[in-house]
Design a protein around this ligand. Structure first.
Ligand code: ZN
Length: 359
């Protein structure tokens, strides 16, 4: 097999090309072709309507319809399983038409290279800089953590993507990027800040801190491009913030007396910045398995679990209790805290530590 994506093989434009169906016209995402089930090839107007986005066909005359694989199977009188097998054997011949699917995500090393180069090309505007400073982050902290404003100008966005491609980087399989209707690579516009999610020294993905609330209850979303042409869905990647001088390997081998878990990335940064304790960021609700896996590896005996507003509103108290119980089963003491206010987050923890040390 060549270096093609499996979706290229089952792409409906590949299927109609493999079947040598006669195309009569094209309109937006649709191709019209002579219907092989009810028309003869001399006819001028094709009734077979092919949707290149959803990868399906329908005849407006005989009403036969189905997926790209169904089309191939029906015309060759074979099963869809056999059709799929046969399509994989031929080199795909694609029309220059958009189609949509979620690409498999590229590995963390590749994502890290692309995101670092991408962030270099983004600026940090005055408003966002001031916002970060008001959250008590120093210039050094802002620089080290690669916080950047999101470029929203359509021309500039495509220019940035073009530069990445000129550097030899491929954008399929990188969450956030997709191809526009002109086939140029771009990304969605959002008013806000990129918060890189770093784990094992690599940028796993980009979290976005929006200027305004999204869907009325959160300001945080993933930089994702699911269901866009050639797009890629973001996963719920975790983040670990640790002392710069501490090696990653030591995170797992030595004893971590207590750690903080925060249910949102910017909250995790605030806590780390204010307490200098190891902080794990887990966005979008509480993922029990994820928390358990990381905490068990870290050999910790106490967890301060900080939940943000979104988690409080969207995670049932039973679920929260469930996580606390699961951790306690491994002899980990859990201190559940709710972080609803923006200010002085972590101060309560500093006071607690001071009190404990003087006791
Ligand atoms: Zn027909």
């Amino acid at each position: 097999m060549q270096n093609n994506n499996v979706y290229d093989y089952i792409n409906i434009t590949n299927v109609i090309n493999q079947l040598h169906l006669k195309k009569t016209s094209q309109k937006g995402n649709y191709i019209y072709a002579i219907c092989p089930f009810c028309q003869n090839s001399e006819e001028k107007k094709g009734y077979l309507k092919i949707n290149t986005i959803s990868n399906v066909y329908i005849c407006r005359k005989c009403e036969s319809s189905g997926s790209s694989i169904d089309l191939y199977a029906n015309l060759k009188y074979i099963s869809t399983k056999e059709a799929f097998k046969r399509l994989l054997k031929e080199t795909p011949v694609l029309d220059n038409m958009p189609y949509t699917y979620n690409n498999p995500v590229k590995d963390e090393c590749y994502r890290d290279i692309v995101y670092r180069s991408f962030l270099e090309k983004q600026k940090l505007n005055e408003i966002h800089y001031k916002k970060l400073r008001s959250m008590n982050f120093t210039d050094e902290y802002i620089k080290d953590n690669l916080f950047k404003s999101i470029e929203n100008n359509n021309y500039n966005k495509k220019e940035i993507c073009m530069q990445l491609q000129k550097e030899g980087l491929k954008l399929d399989g990188i969450s956030g990027f997709f191809q526009d209707v002109d086939f140029k690579w771009t990304y969605k516009s959002h008013k806000g800040l990129f918060v890189p999610v770093i784990f094992n020294n690599k940028i796993q993905g980009l979290r976005i801190l929006l200027d305004n609330e999204y869907a009325l209850d959160t300001k945080n979303i993933w930089f994702s491009s699911s269901n866009e042409h050639n797009g890629t869905k973001a996963s719920n990647w975790p983040m670990i913030l640790k002392d710069k001088n501490r090696k990653w390997i030591d995170m797992y081998n030595s004893n971590n007396e207590s750690i903080i878990i925060a249910t949102e990335m910017i909250l995790a940064h605030k806590l780390f910045n204010n307490t200098n304790k190891t902080v794990i960021g887990i966005p979008n609700n509480i993922d029990k398995e994820l928390i358990l896996n990381i905490v068990k590896r870290m050999n910790t005996s106490k967890v301060f679990l900080y939940a943000d507003k979104y988690t409080i509103l969207h995670t049932s108290s039973a679920m929260q209790k469930n996580i606390v119980q699961a951790l306690e089963k491994y002899n980990i003491e859990v201190d559940f805290r709710i972080a609803l206010t923006e200010d002085n987050i972590g101060d309560d923890l500093n006071k607690y530590e001071k009190k404990r040390k003087s006791a």
